[in-house]
Design a protein around this ligand. Sequence first.
Ligand SMILES: [Fe+2]
Length: 262
Amino acid sequence: MPSYYRRNFIVNASTGAALAVLSADLLAADSPAATPTSPTTTPATESIPKASITPAFTSVHEPKPLPFNPGKLDGISEKLINSHWANNYTASVKALNSINQLIVTALNDANTLPFVYNELKREHLLRTNSVVLHELYFHNLGGNGKPDETVQKLLEDAFGSYETWEKEFRRIGSGLGGGSGWVVLGYNLHTGLLENYWLGDHQHSPAATFPVLVLDMYEHSYQIDYGATATSYVDAFFKNIQWNVVAFRLDKARELRALVNY
Ligand SMILES: [Fe+2]
C-alpha cells in the first residue's frame, strides 16, 4: 500500500478516536440535567442530539504534498504544477473545511430552511470530489508513461486494444478542452467493467466506481504551459503517467469487487 494511503488511514483513524471522546463530552455537557419527568411527556425531537464534532461534520482535511519532484515532469512545468497544487487543489481543501463548519452550524439551527441547507450539501459534494480527484490526479503523475504488460492486457481485454482505450481517453479529454471536467478510467464495482468516464465537473461521478486513472481537464491544469491547446497537455499527461499507481488501484478495485460481490 502506498505510504499516502496508509498515512491517510492512520490520521483519520486517530482523529476519529479523539473526536469520539470530544463528542461524548460535548454531548454530555449539552444534555439537560436528569429530572423525574416522565419520558412520555418529552417531545421526541428533544432526544435527538445536536450535530457536534464527529467525523461526519469535522474538518480534518490537510493538503497532501505532491508525490513527485514538480521540476522533473516531462512537458509540464514546475510553475504550472506548483500553481495547480497551491492555488486550485489547496483552495478546495480549505473550502471543504470551511463548508463542514457551516454545515454544523446550519444543521443545529432550527431556522435553517432545508433547501438552503442543501445548497451547503451541494457545495460539500463539489468540494469533496474536487479534493479527492485532485489527489488521485497528482498521485497518478510522476512516472515514465509506460504501462506494464499486466495493465496493458487488462486494457486490451476491456477495450479490444490498448490503442483503442487510449484513443477514447484522449477523445474525452479533447472534448473537455477549453472548459472544465475530468476524464476517469474507472473500475465499476457494480458492473465489473473497466471503462472511461466523462465527468463534466466535480459533481459528476459514476456510481460505485473506483477511479484508477484521473486526468484533470480544468483549464487551470494546462493554461500556463499550453494556452488553449488542450491536446498538447493531454500528450504531456500521457508521458508522465505513473502506471505503477494505476496498476495498484486496479488491483485493489478488482479485489474489492470480489469481496463485495455486487
Ligand atoms: Fe485542477
